[in-house]
Structure formats: C-alpha cells, structure tokens
Design a protein around this ligand. Structure first.
Ligand SMILES: [Zn+2]
Length: 215
C-alpha cells in the first residue's frame, strides 16, 4: 500500500475567504517542499513492518496549524526589549555578587536575592562559543555563504573563581556574527552589536542585526 497526500487545488480554494484560501495554498506549497515524499515513505515502511497496521487506504493529510501567541514579557525582559528599540542594551545588576545579567533577570541564583537595579551596558562582549552553519531554514539547501551563530557573554557578566576553577556567567545572548570570515572567529573574540536602522526597530532581538568584531 502507499500513502496518498491530499492537495488543495483551485477548485477547493474557490469561494473560501481570501485569508483562509491563502493559508491553505501556502500549506500546500509547504507539502511540495519534500516532506510529502518522506511522509509517504515513512508510512509505507511502517505499514510493511507491522501487518496489523496495514490499512487498505490510508490517507495522509498534511496540515499546518497557524498559532499566534501573545504573552506578557514581564518587567525585566520588557525593559530589555524596549531598550532594543532605542539601540540600548539594558541589564540588571545584582548588588550581592555584582554581576550584570543580560538579558536582565530579577533574581540572582548565586546570592538568592531579588535584583532591582537596571543598568545600561555598552553591548560589548566576547564570543563564548560559536558554530558555523551551512544549513539555514531550508534543510534541503546548503548555504553558499555560511552563517556564524554565537553565544555572546557581555563584559562584567561573569564571575571567575580561580580556586574552584569555576566561571559563573550570567546567561548570555545567542546571535549571529557579521563582518567576519568564519575562519577568523575565535572563542574570546571581542564583539559589539550592529543595530538595525532606528525606524525599522520593533523591540525584538532582531533589532540587533548581528555582532561584529571590535577592531
Ligand atoms: Zn548575585
């Protein structure tokens, strides 16, 4: 047996509200991007291995759910996102251990105390770890120019305890690196944020285009 995939053609879309028809059309295009074959193959193989599952006419119905979420960011992250709109990196500083949290947190897990002091940070930091990615959002295409994704630790956000060989760092931000060849990237490399033009910022992490080396 083989699985069959139902597609939405113009005749099914006719008469539907434009937004809904557009959604179904996109869903159909998504199915055409290669998942259809893998679905079909997986279902067929599964049915061959387990005879009880050999249904005579199984129809695979691919379906995309379009969820829109709305959530409260809370005070600390809310201030951080507001800051991004203005091209500012906002963090919180623990009055106990002195660490700066970026993105900001309202509690210090080392000192067990509330953190209420907001500080503006230069945004300069170092590459804590990184990965050179040759695969983007479409896993079937190799990127001609790889993306470098890195975790950034900001200056003043870590506490080194030499006697215990521990480095405590206050989170960090995962972002892209730019203006640098993948082969030049090193752990510990100093970087700074490069901002999207002000009128295009929306209070999102992508208001920072990427982090670039401090030259
Ligand atoms: Zn602390």
């Amino acid at each position: 047996m083989s699985a069959r995939v139902v597609r939405y053609g113009p005749e099914q879309l006719e008469g539907l509200p434009a937004s809904f028809a557009g959604f179904l059309r996109r869903a159909t295009e998504e199915v055409g991007s290669g998942r259809e074959q893998s679905w079909s193959k997986a279902v067929s193989e599964f049915n061959e291995r387990v005879p009880e599952m050999a249904l005579p006419g199984l129809v695979v119905q691919p379906w995309l759910f379009d969820f829109r979420y709305r959530r409260a960011t809370g005070e600390a992250v809310g201030r951080f996102l507001e800051g991004l709109k203005e091209g500012r990196i906002i963090g919180t500083r623990c009055e106990g251990c002195g660490r700066v949290f970026i993105p900001p947190r309202s509690f210090c897990e080392l000192c067990f105390r509330r953190v209420r002091t907001y500080v503006e940070h230069s945004g300069e930091g170092e590459v804590a770890t990184y990965s050179v990615a040759y695969i983007g959002t479409n896993p079937r295409e190799r990127l001609a120019r790889p993306e470098v994704v890195a975790v950034i630790w900001f200056e003043g956000t870590k506490v080194v305890r030499p006697n215990s060989h521990h480095v405590f760092h206050a989170a960090g931000l995962m972002h892209k690196l730019g203006e640098v060849e993948p082969s030049e990237v090193r752990i510990g490399m100093k970087v700074k944020p490069v901002w999207r033009p002000k009128e295009q910022r929306r209070g999102e992490i992508t208001d920072i285009l990427y982090f670039a080396p401090v030259r």
